[in-house]
Design a protein around this ligand. Structure first.
Ligand SMILES: Nc1ncnc2c1ncn2[C@@H]1O[C@H](COP(=O)(O)OP(=O)(O)OP(=O)(O)O)[C@@H](O)[C@H]1O
Ligand SMILES: [Mg+2]
Length: 362
C-alpha cells in the first residue's frame, strides 16, 4: 500500500507553471527527500500534499484515498516548517498540546502525550518556558514535538534545520534520522542541502525547474545520475565535467603538460560508439581521479595548482582540457603546490553525457 501517491500533478500560479507532471509513490515507513535549488517547487509540492495549496491538475492520494478536495485538517498529516511557527505567548507544554486540544483530546491524554514527546526529544526540562526563552535548536525541537504529538500517518518537513548553525544542524539531522527509525512513520522531507538528502533519505527526488529529474536511493542517485544536472547537484566537491573527443574506444585528455588517450571499458565505449557523436562530456567524481598508485599507464601528468586540505581528505586542483578539475587524495600523498603529479581515472566509475541535451549516454 502506498502511504502517499502523487499522480501527474502539476501546479500553475496564474500563467506560471511551477510544477510539471510529478509522479511519486511512497511506501509505508519510507523517508523521502525532496531536494533541489531555491524556487524549484519543493515547498509548493509539500504544501499541496498538506492541503495548504490547491492542485492544478493530477491527483494526490493518501492511504489509497484521493485527497485533492480535502482540507488540511481532514488529512492525517503533521507538518514542521522552516520557521518554527510556535505560539509565542504559550509555553512549550501548551505549544505541544495545542493541536490535541483543538481536536478535543481530554486533559489526561494530552498530558501523557506531552510526556511521551518531551521524553523522546529530551525537552522535559523546557516545558514551562516560552519560545523566546529557547535557543534555535530547542525551538525546532518543540516544533517537531508538536508534530509528533499528532501521531499522524505522514510527516512533512520543510527545511526544518536551515535556520540552525552548522554544528547543530548535523546533530539535529542525526536526531531526525533516529526519530524516523524509532517511529517508522513515513516522512517527506524538503531540503536544498544535498548532504542532508544523502544522509537522511531512503529515496531522494532531485528536483529542478518544477520537475523531478531523478527519483532513487542515495546510492542510485550518486552512482548512476540520470543527467548532468543530478550528477552536478549531488556530491561535494561536485563531479568534474570534462568535455572531450571520443574516438576508437578512448577519450583524449590534455593537461598543460601532457596528453593521454584514456581507454574506456568496453561497455562504455560501445555506448559512446552507438551514440555516434565524437564530442562528449565525461563526468568524474573527485574520488575517482586520484594520484597514480604505481600504475601510471592510464595516468595524466598534471601540474597541481591548488592544494586544499580538509582533514580526512585533501583536494587537488588542476586543469584538464582547459577545465578546472578537482582530484581527491589522502593527506599523506598530497603533493606541494606547483608539483606535477600523474593522476589516474577510475574509468569504471566515469559517466558520460550528451554535450547538448546533458542526458546520460553511458
Ligand atoms: N503564491 C504564489 N504565487 C505565485 N508564484 C508562487 C507562489 N508561491 C510560489 N511561487 C513560485 O513558485 C516557484 C516555486 O516556489 P517554492 O516556494 O515551491 O520553491 P522552493 O523549491 O520551496 O524554494 P526554496 O528552496 O527557496 O524554499 C517559485 O518560482 C515561486 O516564486
Ligand atoms: Mg521552500
Amino acid at each position: 500500500m502506498a502511504v502517499l501517491k502523487i499522480d501527474n500533478v502539476s501546479k500553475t500560479f496564474g500563467e506560471t507553471r511551477v510544477l510539471e507532471d510529478i509522479n511519486i509513490a511512497m511506501a509505508e515507513g519510507e523517508f523521502l527527500i525532496l531536494v533541489g535549488p531555491s524556487g524549484c517547487g519543493k515547498s509548493t509540492l509539500l504544501n499541496m500534499i498538506a492541503g495548504l495549496e490547491t492542485i492544478s491538475s493530477g491527483t494526490i492520494t493518501l492511504d489509497d484515498t484521493p485527497v485533492n478536495d480535502r482540507s488540511p485538517r481532514e488529512r492525517d498529516i503533521a507538518m514542521v516548517f522552516q520557521f518554527y511557527a510556535l505560539y509565542p505567548n504559550m509555553n512549550v507544554r501548551k505549544n505541544i498540546e495545542f493541536g490535541l486540544k483543538m481536536r478535543g483530546v481530554d486533559k489526561g491524554e494530552r498530558a501523557k502525550t506531552v510526556e511521551r514527546v518531551a521524553k523522546m526529544l529530551q525537552i522535559e526540562n523546557l516545558l514551562d518556558r516560552k519560545p523566546a526563552q529557547l535557543s534555535g535548536g530547542q525551538r525546532q525541537r518543540v516544533a517537531i514535538g508538536r508534530a509528533l504529538a499528532r501521531d499522524p500517518a505522514l510527516f512533512l518537513f520543510d527545511e526544518p534545520l536551515s535556520n540552525l548553525d552548522a554544528k547543530l544542524r548535523v546533530e539535529m539531522r542525526t536526531e531526525i534520522k533516529q526519530l524516523h527509525q524509532r517511529l517508522k512513520t513515513a516522512m517527506v522531507y524538503v531540503t536544498h542541502d544535498q548532504i542532508e538528502a544523502m544522509t537522511l533519505g531512503d529515496r531522494i527526488a532531485v528536483m529542478n525547474e518544477g520537475r523531478v529529474q531523478q527519483l532513487g536511493t542515495p546510492h542510485e542517485i550518486y552512482d548512476n545520475p540520470a543527467n548532468r544536472y543530478v550528477a552536478g547537484f549531488i556530491g561535494s566537491p561536485a563531479m568534474n565535467f570534462i568535455e572531450c573527443e571520443f574516438a576508437n574506444g578512448s577519450v583524449r585528455l590534455s593537461s598543460p603538460e601532457a596528453s593521454l588517450d584514456l581507454a574506456l571499458p568496453e561497455a562504455t565505449a560501445d555506448k559512446l560508439a552507438k551514440h555516434g557523436q565524437s564530442k562528449v562530456v565525461m563526468g568524474v567524481r573527485p574520488e575517482h581521479l586520484a594520484p597514480a598508485d604505481g600504475d601510471e599507464a592510464n595516468a595524466l601528468a598534471c601540474p597541481i595548482e591548488i592544494v586544499e586540505p580538509t582533514g580526512p581528505d585533501t583536494y587537488l586542483l588542476t586543469h584538464i582540457n582547459d577545465i578546472e578539475v578537482t582530484a581527491r587524495c589522502t593527506p599523506s600523498v598530497a603533493p606541494d603546490v606547483g608539483t606535477t603529479m600523474p593522476l589516474t581515472f577510475d574509468t569504471e566509475r566515469a559517466v558520460f553525457f550528451d554535450c547538448q541535451s546533458d542526458e546520460r549516454i553511458a
